[in-house]
Design a protein around this ligand. Structure first.
Ligand SMILES: *Cc1c(COP(=O)(O)O)cnc(C)c1O
Length: 442
């Protein structure tokens, strides 16, 4: 067995062990951590580009827009590289709209989802000239129509439908396509809305959207959702409502433990012919599948601690840097950046410095026992890593670097203590009393 089961995925990821030490496209992870400090997010730009191109190649026979889901990794540098490949963006807030535009995405390649869009967000999307709003309720459609009227514009719309399919995602929090989820509009209601609102002069119905969940490894739930949506499109077309695109959302699973991710070719084989036949445009909204495998979180071991039967490896990164293990029970491989000969195998919890019992990167993990000061790589951390990082426990968020052309580029500096307090004010600051005298002790 190779240490920690690593190795099987080396050729198809940009991360490779050379002479015992992990590298990214020839760049030493040890050197990157030495230069920029830890915790550190490191991304493989080439890997991200390869994955975008894989979507483009797989669906090249039809009109296709890969709309990268910005919430997976919204770093401007990463977004810029994705935009430069001709991809679009799937956004869920005005902040993401701003990020996408500043990174260089043309507005006509941006789609805007989200169950709770505010008026200001609608105005911003309309003024930017985005491709479509993915509307998730009748109430939202009313407001969007009114906002478009006030702006003297026509809002391009795709209704997000809830196709009511159970998607086997690893955690309930990432399931969105079943009837009890807050996302989307039930099929019948959505169909009625297209018909009732067809003559609203401030709305233009362009397509239909569905997004059934995240980290889905099988094509079957997509096919069920696809056929529900395709049936709607056909019925609406018969009724004279001709929609231009079908958006099947994102959620394409990646291999967190070295396994193959969702088989895109398999999906394409089934959905490309009916789309081509109807002359439709296909939109997909991959997030994780574009960036997940191309990122690692580098963290240094601070202490080892034994308590009863448990061994704790205490690292300088925790749930504030990567919340997936505690929030979604997400699994990440954790590898020593440099292999040490003869390190004992142990079962350990890898935990962070945050004052929460739920602060862990791995639990009951079989691993080589690392020593304090050793550098670890938390794999497959390119998606929902930094974007979900927080300042809890007043921790500055980590730096992010991108490996490209054999060099490491800083793409976001580590936050400073001043950053942590930016925007705060103390009204009429008061002074604390002087030091406590022994006589005043209670
Ligand atoms: C989060 C999200 C995605 C992307 O999901 P991944 O699992 O990262 O591919 C796509 N579309 C919508 C509407 C989303 O909310």
């Amino acid at each position: 067995m190779t240490p920690l089961g690593e190795g099987a995925d080396a050729p198809r990821s940009g991360f490779e062990r050379i002479a015992g030490a992990l590298t990214c496209r020839g760049v030493s992870l040890e050197e990157a951590a030495g230069e920029f400090g830890t915790p550190l997010y490191l991304y493989d730009a080439e890997g991200v580009a390869e994955r975008v191109r894989r979507f483009q190649v797989t669906f090249r026979e039809i009109s296709f827009l890969p709309a990268y889901s910005v919430k997976a990794n919204g770093s401007l540098a990463i977004l810029n590289r994705i935009a430069a490949l001709g991809a679009g963006a799937d956004i869920v807030s005005q902040g993401e709209l701003e990020r996408a535009l500043r990174a260089g995405f043309p507005p006509e390649r941006i789609v805007f989802a989200g169950v709770g869009k505010g008026e200001e967000e609608m105005v911003a999307g309309l003024r930017a000239g985005i491709y479509a709003f993915h509307v998730e309720s009748a109430g939202e459609l009313d407001l969007l129509s009114r906002v478009a009227r006030d702006e003297g514009r026509v809002a391009p719309v795709g209704l997000r439908v809830n196709p009511d399919v159970e998607s086997p995602t690893p955690h309930a929090y990432t399931r969105t396509g079943h009837a009890a989820s807050k996302f989307g509009i039930p099929v019948e209601e959505a169909e009625a809305l297209y018909v009732e609102r067809r003559n609203d002069p401030h709305l233009e119905f362009l397509g239909i959207d569905a997004h059934i969940g995240s980290q889905i490894m099988e094509t079957e739930p997509y096919l069920r959702a696809f056929h529900v949506v395709l049936g709607m499109l056909d019925r609406l077309r018969e009724g004279g409502i001709d929609l231009a695109y079908l958006d099947l959302g994102g959620g394409f699973g990646v291999g967190y433990d070295g396994e193959e991710g969702l088989d895109l070719e398999d999906l394409a084989r089934e959905i490309v012919p009916p789309i081509r036949e109807r002359g439709l445009q296909l939109i997909l909204e991959p997030g994780r599948a574009v960036v997940g495998e191309s990122g690692v979180l580098l963290t240094r071991v601070r202490y080892l601690k034994r308590a009863g039967v448990k061994t704790f490896v205490i690292t300088d990164a925790g749930m504030t840097e990567l919340i997936r293990p505690s929030h979604y029970e997400g699994f990440h491989r954790i590898l020593p950046v440099r292999e040490t000969e003869g390190a004992p195998r142990v079962i350990a919890d890898v935990v962070g410095p945050i004052c929460e019992s739920g602060d862990f990167l791995a639990r009951d993990r079989e691993m080589s026992l690392p020593q304090p000061g050793e550098l670890l790589a938390v794999k497959t951390a390119g998606a929902y890593g930094f974007t979900m990082a927080s300042n809890y426990n007043a921790r500055p968020r980590p730096a992010e670097v991108m490996v490209e052309g054999g060099e490491v580029h800083l793409i976001r500096r580590r936050e400073t203590l001043d950053d942590l307090m930016r925007g705060e004010e103390i009204p009429h600051p008061r002074e604390a009393p002087g030091p406590l005298k022994p006589s005043e002790c209670p």
